[in-house]
Design a binder for this molecule. Structure first.
Ligand code: GLU
Length: 280
């Protein structure tokens, strides 16, 4: 199988040094292995995605010396793929509809139990309020994965990690998923699919064999691997790299314009300067 990886930015702001590091690392590894490098535009959140950010990020990537081996895939052009996958999971009883607002979840989760995590990869762990209500989709705010049933149907499952911090084989454990992930959102009324569902469908559709991305997404990988197992999709090898942080040790955010690649470009930096700044 040809080594195939991708860089998957969301066009919701400028590319910054953290993105440049991720893209250059993935691109370098691909070119060294004779593989395929893909660009995916993660514009599932249409309320925040903007074409001008996509144009700018493509321009910045080209300037950095990065080229992709197929036309970019845009999530906004594949909504049907996501709803088909959701229907498939719904048909086997793994989805429930939820009408909770953020505030409902806060209120229901008010009495934390000692030793039980309150937060997972998506924020506060869902307390299960709507799980057994059998609500019809039309009246609700989102569709959630019933994690207990999903574990019963999808495990055993495992993934290989080649990143420095979590190197090795990771077996998914039902107890861990139940306690520290919970019933994750797979689709919202205003968004065709959550990040978790779309990323799993996209990576499989593009034949991605290696996912190279920031360490902040390591915890979410369990959800992706479980979904792959449930949907009969292959599990890629994962490589979560360290994050580029600012002088105070805080991770760079998209709104951090001071570290935007376009700002460095305007100040006369070269692609080699950017490589030096991110340690490549
Ligand atoms: N669009 C995601 C992000 O910018 C990429 C996620 C991924 O690489 O899986 O964080």
């Amino acid at each position: 199988m040809t080594f195939t990886t991708r860089f998957a930015p969301s066009p919701t702001g400028p590319l910054h040094l953290g993105h440049a590091y991720s893209a250059l690392l993935a691109h370098d590894l691909t070119r060294a292995s004779g593989g395929r490098f893909l660009l995916r535009i993660d514009d599932i959140d249409q309320s925040r995605a903007r074409p001008q950010w996509e144009a700018q990020l493509q321009d910045d990537l080209h300037w950095l010396g990065i080229s992709w081996d197929a036309p970019p895939r845009r999530q906004s052009e594949h909504f049907k793929d996501y709803s088909d996958a959701l229907d498939k999971l719904r048909a086997v009883g793994l989805i429930f509809e939820c009408q909770c607002t953020r505030r409902d979840i806060e209120t229901a989760a008010n009495a934390p139990q000692e030793g039980v995590p309150e937060f997972g990869p998506d924020g506060r762990i869902y307390p299960g309020t709507c799980r057994e209500l059998g609500l019809p989709p039309a009246a609700t705010t989102c569709s959630r994965l019933n994690i207990a049933r999903a574990c019963a149907a999808g495990l055993p499952a495992e993934f290989s990690e080649t990143g420095p911090r979590h190197l090795g084989l990771h077996k998914l454990a039902a107890g861990d998923l139940l306690q520290s992930v919970g019933d994750v959102v797979l689709s919202r009324r205003e968004m065709a699919a959550s990040y978790h569902l779309s990323v799993v469908i996209d990576d499989a559709a593009c034949g991605v064999t290696h996912v190279i991305r920031g360490e902040d997404l390591f915890e979410a990988t369990r959800i992706h691997v479980l979904l792959q197992s449930l949907l009969g999709l292959p599990t890629p090898v994962y490589h979560h790299h360290a994050l580029i942080r600012d002088e105070q040790g805080k991770r760079l955010a998209k709104r951090d314009d001071a570290r935007a690649i376009s700002t460095f470009r305007a100040q006369g930096a070269t692609p080699q300067d950017i490589r030096r700044m991110v340690g490549l």
